[in-house]
Ligand binder design. Structure first.
Ligand SMILES: [Zn+2]
Length: 342
């Protein structure tokens, strides 16, 4: 089985994002939001059948761990109440996709975060998504201000209510920023990769893994700058008298394979142990074009993993076994949803 641990619903029916625009406009005008739009099962089916499902089949992957569109989370917009309503709408839609295509998609929640609002307000949505929807993870935004970094670092006890819930439910968090509202950053270029790198650096210097021995984080987009600069982070850990970086982070931190060229993928697999690498493509997402050097889509990451000089057993870890281990509830959900799907 090939499990893609990083996919977003970037193709949702138009009225879904349309409502978000109206919601934020209403909030600015001090008015209540309009009623949520109707979306039929057929409309949802169409967006998936011609989109993510089609690409899964073309590329030979089986299951996507699926979450709301990351750039659309927009935690810097509105306030805590608009974030709660929007996260609720987005997660419900993911649940509908997973119900319509139970063999192909399993859900991960976006959180109703807001800049400078305690993430305690995310707890009810996490409980709801795990208990009612069967979601197996969360996306945690380390910078809800959208590129201005106004919240405490992930090392701060500020985030501990979320960490406690992650451990309680046995769900990992993918560290994933949303759109940048700071013009210095390009959302899916510098802001995403910066978010990954910052999140890793904050966690490695922290007491989080001492306080939560079993907690798990996935650093997406191949770990941002981390694998390429592994020597720098090893040296920083050593200078800070934190010990060996591998001992410090590799029980708790994992990297996905959203690296869009073979040399990058080779470096990831050379630097990071195979037990800490999870297959992912982030399709249909950040980079949609075809690489003229290969003739294939940049985000067709399975091709790169296939070409790595690793044993079949190691590739099976990257494609399947590691995801089942990191997402503690995944195997049970696969069984449950497979039994439902025809
Ligand atoms: Zn993503």
């Amino acid at each position: 089985m090939i499990i893609d641990c990083h996919g977003h619903y970037t193709t949702a029916p138009r009225q879904h994002e349309g409502w978000r625009t109206e919601q934020i406009e209403a909030h600015k005008a001090g008015k209540p939001p309009p009623p949520r739009p109707r979306m039929t099962d057929d409309e949802i089916r169409e967006t998936i059948a011609g989109g993510q499902l089609k690409v899964q089949r073309e590329r030979g992957t089986d299951l996507t761990i699926f979450s709301p569109r990351a750039a659309g989370m927009g935690h810097h917009l509105g306030d805590a109440s608009t974030s709660e309503a929007w996260a609720s709408a987005c997660n419900e839609l993911i649940h509908r996709v997973c119900t319509l295509f139970p063999k192909n998609f399993i859900g991960v929640a976006m959180l109703p975060q807001s800049a400078r609002v305690s993430p305690k307000n995310c707890i009810p949505e996490i409980d709801r998504c795990v208990n009612e929807y069967g979601f197996v993870g969360i996306n945690l935004n380390p910078d809800p201000s959208g590129g201005h970094w106004q919240d405490p670092p992930l090392s701060d006890r500020y985030w501990y209510p979320v960490y406690e819930k992650m451990v309680e439910h046995d769900i990992p968090a993918m560290i994933h920023v949303s759109a940048a509202c700071n013009p210095a950053y390009h959302t899916t270029g510098s802001h995403y990769l910066n978010g990954d790198t910052v999140g890793f650096n904050q966690l490695m210097m922290s007491s989080v893994f001492k306080d939560f021995a079993t907690i798990k984080f996935i650093i997406p987009h191949g770990g941002g700058a981390v694998p390429y600069h592994w020597g720098r982070f090893r040296g920083l850990a050593q200078d800070a008298k934190l010990g060996l970086l591998t001992d410090l982070v590799l029980r708790n931190i994992f990297f996905d394979t959203c690296v869009y060229h073979l040399p990058g993928q080779q470096l990831l697999a050379k630097v990071i142990p195979v037990d800490n690498i999870l297959f992912a493509s982030e399709m249909i997402g950040a980079v949609r074009g075809i690489d003229p050097e290969t003739g294939h889509h940049y985000d067709d990451t399975k091709r790169y993993v296939d070409q790595l000089a690793l044993s079949t057993e190691d590739k099976a870890k990257i494609f399947e076994a590691n995801a089942r281990r990191v997402y503690g509830r995944l195997s049970r959900m696969i069984e449950k949803q497979s039994a439902r799907g025809v």
